[in-house]
Design a protein around this ligand. Structure first.
Ligand code: ZN
Length: 300
């Protein structure tokens, strides 16, 4: 198996979407440029959602206009419905990421639709996207538990993954949106999905709400996953999930991955510097551990 692990930094979107402070477009672009300078090559930069519901993401079009034009970068925009897809297409963004929530109640709160309606939407979007150059992925949210319904049966998640693969999705992310998964949950779910031998790339999206995200990532790497969402500084949350907190910090994952002898091509010191810088605009300290403790042993 490859020793390369891809980190998709989601701080500009998942990280900022529920911050009490509204950041200027220029500050978001500085965050993105700093991450690019650290070696991050794929990033979730914006979401195309109703600006009345998520005012933090209202400037998606302006952010995309200002994105670095360097080769080899992929920027992702979150899309929840056909209206979001149409906005995304006009901006020329590289990639969109759709969402299906594994829980009926949460799906209704997050996207204002039933799971079946959302599956129809992501089918339509997939068909449309196939006629363009845009890359189209999908996330199964609340794949390990729901703030409203509690436990989510793993069979339900596996069934959604199978249906999404049938529709034509080539990359599917499993999100622990409210940070409840334990390593054994991750191992069981990934084993179940791997058994299907689907022609897909799996990505994991862990939140560190209950301090299990780094351990969950370790287990997912053992199960063959080589792509992870993480956010600089560990900032984040979900505006529609009570008590949701940050994504696992990019630098916390980098530390473990580096110590495992695997590669990411991302400079951990630069990510830590960016996390510390981000505390200024957010007017708050960031939850990551490495931003406080620093790397070991110290880099030269
Ligand atoms: Zn998230």
């Amino acid at each position: 198996m490859s020793d390369f692990v891809e980190i998709v930094d989601v701080s500009p979107r998942d990280g900022l979407q529920s911050q009490p402070v509204l950041l200027d477009t220029s500050v978001k672009l500085e965050l993105i440029q700093r991450l690019v300078d650290s070696g991050v090559r794929r990033m979730e930069a914006v979401s195309f959602v109703n600006p009345k519901r998520v005012p933090q993401m209202a400037d998606a079009e302006q952010v995309i206009q200002g994105l670095p034009k360097q080769d080899g970068l992929t920027f992702i925009g979150l899309v929840l419905n056909m209206r979001g897809y149409e906005r995304a297409i006009t901006t020329g963004i590289d990639e969109i990421n759709c969402v299906v929530v594994a829980s009926e109640t949460f799906n209704m709160r997050n996207q204002g639709a039933s799971i079946d309606q959302t599956m129809q939407n992501v089918t339509d979007i997939c068909k449309q996207a196939e006629t363009t150059n845009i890359i189209n992925g999908v996330t199964v949210s609340a794949a390990f538990g729901c703030p409203f319904e509690g436990e989510i049966p793993q069979g339900q998640v596996i069934n959604l993954v199978e249906r999404l693969a049938d529709i034509g999705y080539k990359e599917i992310a499993l999100a622990d949106t409210i940070g409840v998964a334990s390593p054994s949950d991750v191992s069981r779910l990934l084993t179940g999905i791997n058994r299907l031998n689907l022609d897909i790339k799996l990505r994991c999206h862990f939140h560190n709400t209950r301090n299990t995200a780094v351990a969950n990532t370790y287990v997912a790497i053992q199960e063959g996953v080589r792509s992870f969402d993480a956010s600089c500084g560990g900032v984040g949350g979900c505006p529609f999930a009570p008590a949701a907190t940050g994504n696992v910090a990019t630098e916390d994952l980098l530390y473990m991955i580096n110590r495992m002898g695997m590669r990411t091509n991302i400079n951990i010191d630069k990510v830590i510097e960016t996390a510390q810088w981000l505390e200024g605009p957010l007017q708050a300290s960031v939850p990551s551990m490495l931003a406080k403790a620093g790397v070991f042993p110290k880099s030269d």
